[in-house]
Design a protein around this ligand. Structure first.
Ligand code: ADP
Ligand code: MG
Length: 614
């Protein structure tokens, strides 16, 4: 029998290795940024196109490579960072496997330009799918530029496996944050599709955090500092009252390397015990410095996991120093988060506490035809601000007003008529009752109907928003004075991604610049005073949802807006409001469940009731 075992050709081996190192554009970002840091750069520029699917480029002013090194850098296991296995225990660099560039070059089109300080000219190399197509002498500034184009061009399956641009961009920004937070002494800029998304000058740690997460972060940070023999801790934790529902702002760095550790995260959680609202997560930005010989970072190729020699001690020190900081610094609320919106809101047409001032919020001197005006005034006496939102679907039809609501026919009207007990003469006066300001009771032919008002209204709003986003002609309520809201750059990025869909629901963005968003119009259903809270909720929902594979911006937006705007449990409703909610619910395509798939109503048949009375 002939021998059948063969050594894999290098380019095949590289492709296989690439699968481990490069999962998505964000992996390339991480590897290139880390190489730039290892090269002692003081200024690093990241350029992204199409969420990294078309281009990831990192330009640094580091030490560059010689001609030979430039060519060698693409060989597998070629590294300048360790020479022997012993060095693995003294690591001061990010990279050490010598795998990244070889892997990336196996699955993309790579252009390298590099020059060392004392040289007159540098080297340029073009390499595609591990094949060097061109190597020449070029004039180029000191440092290295690596452009990675068309990632996974030769592995279509991998390319198709990539998530939406929104999701891939989030992963890239996460990596960028991690590297930028670990190195405040290095300046970073990031461009996405030609526009500058981050500009982080060299600064101290606190300033770096603020530059990334927005000026409003300043007041949230409590410093943590501890210096023990085994562990040095420096950094900040977020004040408990600013804790968010997302885990977004949780960063551990061990010897300047971002790591994930559920165990150490738990230590922080237990230091915050009793201080956080349900479901809220503490934010933290903590640098741990330990002796490199007491950790092992070599257990995973993407290197965010780490093994400590003495985890228990680290846990105890971390927990007690965070506790100490929280106790030492006054952690009482400085600013009530709920009221933040009003501070940001110059004019609130909805304010209930000012009875002497009557403002028609639909009045707009710049608009001749006040289409939505009539609709919202008709029910003025019976409705609360939130209640207007029930009529969103009708308003989008443009011609109907609330006065002639009774004439509006829903697609499913016929079906409803058979469900509801119209023949029952007694019920004609009042066909619904509200119960505990939570449920609406109505009768149907076969028995009783119990509707959860909050979930039912979410369903109604959700379908309305989805429809508006599809037909793209939602009504806007123009604001006399544009709202100015402040967000962190990361939040701005999310708003930019959702901008088109938000516009279809009725939002009008005047400017989105730096940390400032100016809004000159909002959906008719959205009270101006709640815009800030609604957008915060939306951003938090997006951040929570991104890791899920079935992320759809439109759906998520509709869900989030519906959740924020739906009438709440505890809100009392007039009979007309109750009836309208019931009618609107059963006009929905899927009245049975809320947007998050929970029952909106239950029925109880006469038979069931009879049985209870035996
Ligand atoms: P590793 O970082 O694990 O050593 P890489 O494949 O990422 O492996 O890089 C291979 C080698 O190429 C590095 O060891 C380094 O010598 C060189 N190199 C890569 N990027 C740069 C850069 N931006 N500036 C200077 N040298 C670099
Ligand atoms: Mg590297």
């Amino acid at each position: 029998m002939a021998d059948i075992i063969q050594l894999l050709p290098d380019h095949v081996a590289n492709q296989i290795a690439a699968g481990e190192v490069v999962q998505r554009p964000a992996s390339v970002v991480k590897e290139l940024l880390e190489n730039a840091i290892d090269a002692e750069a003081t200024a690093i520029k990241l350029i992204i196109k199409d969420a990294g699917k078309t281009l990831v480029q990192v330009i640094d002013n580091g030490k560059g490579m010689s001609v030979t090194d430039a060519r060698l850098s693409f060989e597998r296991h070629a590294t300048s960072k360790i020479k022997s296995a012993d060095d693995l225990f003294q690591l001061n660099t990010k990279g050490f496997r010598g795998e990244a560039l070889a892997s990336i070059a196996a699955i993309a089109h790579v252009e390298l330009k590099t020059k060392q300080e004392n040289e007159d000219v540098g080297t340029s190399i073009l390499i595609e799918g591990s094949t060097v197509n061109c190597q020449e002498v070029v004039v180029t500034p000191k440092g290295t530029s690596i452009a990675v184009k068309n990632l996974f061009f030769n592995i279509p399956a991998r390319r198709n496996f990539l998530k939406s641009n929104a999701v891939e961009t989030r992963h890239i920004i996460d990596e960028f944050h991690r590297v930028a937070l670990a190195h405040p002494n290095i300046s970073f800029v990031m461009f996405h599709n030609g526009s500058e998304t981050f500009n982080l000058p060299e600064s101290n740690y606190r300033q770096r955090i603020v530059n990334i997460f927005g000026t409003k972060t300043i007041e949230k940070l409590v410093p943590v500092d501890e210096d023990t023999e085994v562990l040095k801790i420096s950094g900040f934790v977020g004040k408990p009252e600013f804790a968010k529902k997302t885990r977004g702002e949780q960063f551990f760095f061990v010897n300047n390397r971002f790591i994930k550790s559920a165990y150490l995260n738990h230590a922080i959680g237990s230091a915050f015990e009793g201080l956080l609202k349900d479901g809220a997560h503490a934010s933290y930005f903590l640098n741990l410095t330990v002796n490199p010989q007491t950790i092992d970072i070599n257990i995973h190729p993407t290197k965010t996991e780490i093994k400590f020699d003495d985890e228990h001690t680290l846990y105890a020190i971390l927990r007690s120093s965070v506790k100490h900081s929280l106790g030492q610094f006054n952690i009482a609320p400085v600013l009530d988060f709920e009221r933040d919106a009003n501070l940001d809101t110059p004019y609130s047409y909805q304010q209930k506490g000012t009875p002497s001032v009557e403002v028609d919020r639909n009045f707009n001197p710049f608009q001749d035809k006040q289409i939505p005006g009539k609709q919202t005034t008709a029910f003025k006496n019976q409705t609360t601000a939130n209640w207007d939102s029930l009529y969103v679907g009708l308003e989008s039809k443009g011609t109907k007003t609330q006065q002639d609501f009774s004439e509006v026919h829903f697609e499913s009207d016929n079906k409803n008529e058979s469900i509801f007990d119209k023949d029952n003469q007694v019920e004609q006066k009042q066909s619904t009752y509200q119960f505990h300001n939570k449920y609406i009771i109505s009768t149907i032919k076969s028995g009783l109907l119990l509707i959860d008002q909050h979930r039912a209204h979410q369903r109604v709003l959700y379908e309305d928003f989805l429809k508006n986003m599809t037909i793209k002609e939602a009504m806007s309520q123009q604001l006399l004075f544009p709202l100015q809201l402040h967000f962190s750059p990361q939040e701005i990025e999310i708003i930019n991604q959702l901008k088109t869909d938000l516009e279809h629901t009725g939002f009008i963005f005047q400017t989105i610049k730096g940390e400032l968003v100016e809004i000159s119009g909002v959906p008719v259903s959205v009270p101006e005073s709640e815009v800030s809270i609604i957008l915060e909720q939306l951003i938090s929902d997006v951040e929570n949802e991104v890791p899920n594979s079935n992320f759809s911006a439109t759906d998520l937006l509709a869900k989030s807006l519906a959740k924020s705007l739906a009438i709440k449990t505890g809100q009392s409703l007039t009979i007309i409001e109750q009836e309208h909610l019931v009618n609107s619910l059963f006009a929905c395509k899927e009245p049975n469940v809320s947007p998050t798939n929970r029952a909106t109503f239950i029925t109880m048949s006469v038979d069931e009731l009879d049985r209870k009375f035996v």
